[in-house]
Ligand binder design. Structure first.
Ligand code: DQA
Length: 149
């Protein structure tokens, strides 16, 4: 694993997260995706690490992004959106690339509808962090940077 200072992290946002800020603000908060990305870039800069950030509404594109970045990334912070709850294809992609991945959610999925309480992706991730708003991403980034091996 590279030193913290030159570690490379892929941040991947799934479906509907492009509408953050206007989408159900009572559930997801009022920050836009651009604002969240700006905060994450500032955090990464303070650690000297390098981020690639992508958002897609399409399962296939998310899979392609995981594949394409598999040799570049030392870690992945992934909010799979609703795919969390049923996409075996994304689960297989995370397992296939064998890059430490942390699943994140803005809302606390354990306290929401029963279908959201299940993640088919979390079992192949290092951890799941949910319910902290944009800080779910920030905590995941910290965790990946602190990882030793
Ligand atoms: C989400 C939770 C999912 O259940 C939902 O489908 C999303 C956002 C979150 O960040 O809280 O799109 O992943």
């Amino acid at each position: 694993m590279r030193n913290e200072s030159d570690r490379r992290i892929l941040i991947l946002h799934g479906p509907n997260l492009n509408l953050l800020g206007e989408r159900e603000p009572d559930v997801y908060g009022t920050l836009t995706l651009a604002e969240i990305n700006r905060k994450l870039r500032a955090n990464a800069r303070s650690h000297g690490c390098i981020l690639r950030i992508h958002q897609s509404n399409s399962e296939g594109t998310l899979i392609d992004l995981l594949h394409k970045n598999r040799r570049w990334a030392d870690g992945v912070v992934f909010n799979p959106g609703a795919y969390t709850h049923y996409s075996y294809a994304l689960r297989d992609a995370v397992a296939a690339i064998a890059v430490p991945t942390i699943e994140v959610h803005l809302s606390d999925i354990k306290k929401r509808e029963s279908f959201r309480q299940v993640s088919v992706i979390a079992p192949v991730c290092l951890a799941q962090i949910s319910g902290l708003g944009w800080l779910s991403y920030a905590n995941a980034l910290e965790l990946l940077l602190e990882k030793k091996d």
